[in-house]
Design a protein around this ligand. Structure first.
Ligand code: ADP
Ligand code: MG
Length: 262
């Protein structure tokens, strides 16, 4: 089930990516509507990170094409923010929290141009949103996993983009960080931004997202969460993996018979 989208903010056509002639992503076709909160969900090794990297042109495509705002990435790059998967970041990189967040401002500058007072104010605002301003002068290696993730999200916020691609922002973060990050995402969506998040946890996926893409090398489904978050499609995505399926059953039951929280 691939739901057709009129005027998609991101459109992917026939996208295939291979590593050493082994395909990691096959013939992906989907579009996502502007202002949606999209969850990209699938098992380990399904090609989720590969898809995001290919969208950002960090790895070459074998075939296919990608449009943001109906344009190629080069002409709209500043409008797209990307938060990589945490384990792919070099945490010994000699930089403070503030340095990292300031990097979000360089995309709008020509090379070697100095950051202005306004840029620094935007960086401070971004750190405030993720509740990390008190840590501005710390080295990033001195932070917990959840704090590091919040700093990388602040860098994306400082970019003041329109589309946010985030690779597993909730992986290995504490509950407080997860709540802070969710609030930031909701706020972005309320401002009309489009958010595309790789996500692992099926329980919370149903809660967080309004659009879902299921992936397992192929795009299994893409559409509104009520059409995509079904036992059949999840089963197909997870190859009938039993533990996962038990979780799915519980999750869907919760969705259909939500327990009212007092
Ligand atoms: P996911 O993010 O869904 O867990 P990935 O996109 O990281 O999956 O990986 C998809 C597949 O591609 C996996 O089988 C993985 O081992 C392989 N892969 C990822 N990166 C590389 C690489 N740089 N070189 C070779 N194979 C890779
Ligand atoms: Mg990944």
């Amino acid at each position: 089930m691939i739901k057709k989208v009129e005027n998609p903010i991101l459109e992917v056509r026939d996208l295939t990516v291979t590593y050493d002639s082994k395909p990691a992503l096959c013939d992906a076709n989907f579009g996502i509507p502007q202002g949606s909160m999209v969850g990209l969900v699938g098992p380990n090794g399904a090609g989720k990170s590969t898809l995001l990297k290919a969208l950002m042109e960090l790895i070459p495509k074998s075939s296919g094409n990608v449009k943001f705002f109906n344009e190629n990435l080069e002409s709209v790059r500043k409008k797209i923010a990307y938060v990589p998967q945490k384990e792919s970041v070099d945490w010994d990189f000699p930089a403070t929290v503030f340095d990292i967040v300031e990097m979000g401002r360089y995309g709008s500058k020509s090379l070697f141009k100095r950051l202005t007072k306004n840029d620094k104010e935007i960086a401070r605002e971004a750190l405030t949103k993720v509740k990390m301003l008190d840590f501005a002068d710390r080295h990033i290696s001195e932070l917990s996993g959840g704090q590091q993730q919040r700093v990388f999200i602040a860098r994306a916020l400082a970019q003041k983009a329109d589309v946010y691609l985030m690779d597993e922002p909730f992986a290995g973060v504490d509950v407080a960080s997860e709540k802070t990050i969710v609030n930031v995402l909701v706020q972005l969506q309320n401002e009309g931004k489009t958010i595309f998040v790789v996500h692992h946890n099926l329980q919370s996926a149903a809660e967080y997202f309004d659009w879902m893409i299921l992936i397992n090398k192929n795009i299994v489904a893409s559409g509104p969460i009520k059409d995509v978050f079904t036992p059949e499609l999840l089963q197909k995505t997870y190859d009938g993996n039993l533990t996962t399926l038990e979780q799915i059953g519980q999750t869907i039951q919760k969705q259909q018979f939500p327990i009212r929280e007092s």
